[in-house]
Design a protein around this ligand. Structure first.
Ligand code: NAD
Length: 420
C-alpha cells in the first residue's frame, strides 16, 4: 500500500505506530503482523450525480474493509470535503480493533464520500447516497460488510442505503446497515449509544481515580451526535459541562452551560454561532481549558505534539476517532493524563450497532432498558479489561486497548490460517 510521506497527521500512520507498539509488546509473530497491518479490500468509486440545476458532478467515494477475520466488516460512512483514502483506511483499522476490544463479532470497515453535505440539497444527498451504495454493493451484505453513520451521515442516509440495497436484492434486508430509524428496524438507544458509552467509561475512570463527578468540570469539542450527547450524558452524571464547540468555534460558561438550550439552538440554526448562554472562544482554546474532563468528539488530529503540553484536563475521553496523534501520546503520558482511547471510549456506538444487527436478524426487538443494560455491561467490562492490561504490562491505556483488540484478531487470524 502506498502512503504519503510520513507525517504526524496521517491517520493511517498514526494507527500503524500504535499497532506496532502493541504487536511488539504482545510478541506477535511477523507473519501475523504482516496480515494485520494490511487492509483486506478497498474500493474507489466515482459517483456521477445529476445536480438540482441539471448539471452532472462526479464525486469520489471509498469503502475499505480492513479485516473480516472475526466477522463482517463494520464501520460508518463519512461525508466530508476532506475525506481521503488514508483516513478511511485508518478508520477501518480502528473499527477492527474497536470491535475486538468490546468483543463483538465484527471486523472493521469504513466508507467515505468527498462532498460537502452542507452545500447539497436533500435530493442531491439522496442521489449521491444511492449511487455510492450501488457502486460498492458487491462487497456489502449482512454477512460481509455492514455500514453505519459517521460524520455528516444520519438515520436518513442509512434508510436510503437500506432501501437501495433492498431494492437490488428484491427483499427487505434491514441488517445491511445499522443506525437506521427505529421504524425501519433500527434499535432503541442507538442514537444515544456513542455518547452514553463516552459517559460510562468516563464514570468508570472517575471511580478508578477516586474523583467525584459532582466536583468535576468538562469541555466537549464537537456538538454532533457524539459531542452533544456525551455532554448531556455527562451532565446527567453530575458533571458541570462548561464548554462545547462545533466546527466554527466554541461557547464557554464557567458556571455550566444550559445544554438543552444548546440543543434547541442547534436544532434551529444547525450551528452554535449566536448562542448567547456563554462566551465565544476558539476551537483550539476549548482544548486547553482548565477542566477535569476533556472530550474531543469532533475529528482527527486535534491534539498533537504542538498543543499536547497545554492540555490541563486530568481525563481525556476520546469520543472522536483519532483525536490525538501518536506524537501527542508521549506528552500526555508524561503529564500523567488518564486517556481513555477512542477504540474503547466511543465503542458504545458499535456495540449497539451490533445489537441492532442481532435484532434485525431475529426480527425481534428489545426494550430500551435491555439495550442500555447490555451495553453498560460491555462498556464496564471492556474498561476494566483495558485498565487491567495497562497495569499488567505497564503500558498506557491506549497501547493496552490495542493489545487487547489486536491479540483477539491475531488469534482468529492464526486459527483460520492463510487460505491459498
Ligand atoms: P457529527 O457530524 O454528528 O458531528 C461532528 C461535530 O464536529 C460537529 O459539531 C462539527 O461541527 C464538528 N467538527 C467537524 N469538523 C471539525 C473540525 N475540523 N474542528 C472542530 N470541530 C469540527 O459527527 P459524529 O457522528 O458526532 O462524529 C464525531 C466523531 O466521532 C468522528 O470522529 C466519528 O468518527 C466519531 N464516532 C462517531 C460515532 C457515531 O456513532 N456517530 C461512533 C464512534 C465514533
Amino acid at each position: 500500500m502506498n502512503h504519503p510521506q510520513s507525517n504526524e497527521e496521517n491517520p493511517f500512520q498514526a494507527m500503524e505506530a500504535r499497532f506496532d507498539l502493541a504487536a511488539a509488546r504482545l510478541g506477535l509473530e511477523p507473519n501475523v503482523i504482516a496480515v494485520l497491518r494490511a487492509c483486506e479490500r478497498e474500493i474507489t468509486v466515482s459517483i456521477p450525480v445529476v445536480m438540482d440545476d441539471g448539471s452532472v458532478r462526479v464525486f469520489e467515494g471509498y469503502r475499505v474493509q480492513h479485516s473480516t477475520s472475526r466477522g463482517p466488516a463494520k464501520g460508518g460512512i463519512r461525508y466530508a470535503p476532506n475525506v481521503n483514502r488514508d483516513e478511511v483506511r485508518a478508520l477501518a483499522a480502528w473499527m477492527t480493533w474497536k470491535c475486538a476490544v468490546v468483543n463483538v463479532p465484527f471486523g472493521g470497515g469504513k466508507g467515505g464520500v468527498i462532498c460537502d453535505p452542507f452545500k447539497l440539497s436533500k435530493g442531491e444527498l439522496e442521489r449521491i447516497t444511492r449511487r455510492y451504495v450501488s457502486g460498492i454493493m458487491d462487497i456489502l451484505g449482512p454477512d460481509r460488510d455492514v455500514p453505519a453513520p459517521d460524520m455528516n451521515t444520519d438515520g436518513q442516509v442509512m434508510a436510503w442505503l437500506m432501501d437501495t440495497y433492498s431494492m437490488h436484492q428484491r427483499s427487505y434486508i434491514p441488517a445491511i446497515v445499522t443506525g437506521k430509524p427505529v421504524s425501519l428496524g433500527g434499535s432503541l438507544g442507538r442514537v444515544e449509544a456513542t455518547g452514553r458509552g463516552v459517559m460510562l467509561v468516563t464514570r468508570e475512570a472517575l471511580r478508578h481515580l477516586g474523583m467525584n463527578p459532582a466536583q468535576c468540570t468538562a469541555a466537549v469539542q464537537g456538538a454532533g451526535n457524539v459531542g452533544l450527547i456525551s455532554a448531556l450524558q455527562l451532565q446527567k452524571l453530575g458533571v458541570k459541562v462548561v464548554a462545547i464547540s462545533d466546527i466554527h468555534g466554541a461557547v464557554h460558561n464557567p458556571k455550566g452551560l444550559d445544554l438543552e438550550a444548546v440543543r434547541a439552538h442547534l436544532q434551529k440554526h444547525r450551528r452554535l454561532d449566536g448562542f448567547d448562554g456563554g462566551t465565544r472562544i476558539g476551537n483550539a482554546e476549548i482544548l486547553e481549558l482548565p477542566v477535569d474532563i476533556l472530550v474531543p468528539a469532533a475529528t482527527e488530529n486535534v491534539i498533537t505534539s504542538k498543543n499536547a503540553a497545554n492540555i490541563k484536563a486530568k481525563i481525556i475521553t476520546e469520543g472522536a476517532n483519532g483525536p490525538c496523534t501518536a506524537g501527542a501520546d508521549t506528552i500526555l503520558d508524561q503529564k500523567g493524563i488518564f486517556v481513555i482511547p477512542d477504540i474503547l471510549a466511543n465503542a458504545g456506538g458499535v456495540t449497539v450497532s451490533y445489537f441492532e444487527w442481532v435484532q434485525d436478524r431475529m426480527a425481534f426487538f428489545w426494550t430500551q432498558k435491555e439495550v442500555e443494560d447490555r451495553m453498560e455491561h460491555i462498556m464496564v467490562e471492556s474498561f476494566a479489561a483495558v485498565v487491567d492490561m495497562a497495569k499488567r504490562f505497564q503500558v498506557s491505556n491506549r497501547i493496552a486497548a490495542y493489545m487487547l483488540g489486536v491479540n483477539r484478531v491475531a488469534e482468529t487470524t492464526r486459527m483460520r490460517g492463510i487460505y491459498a
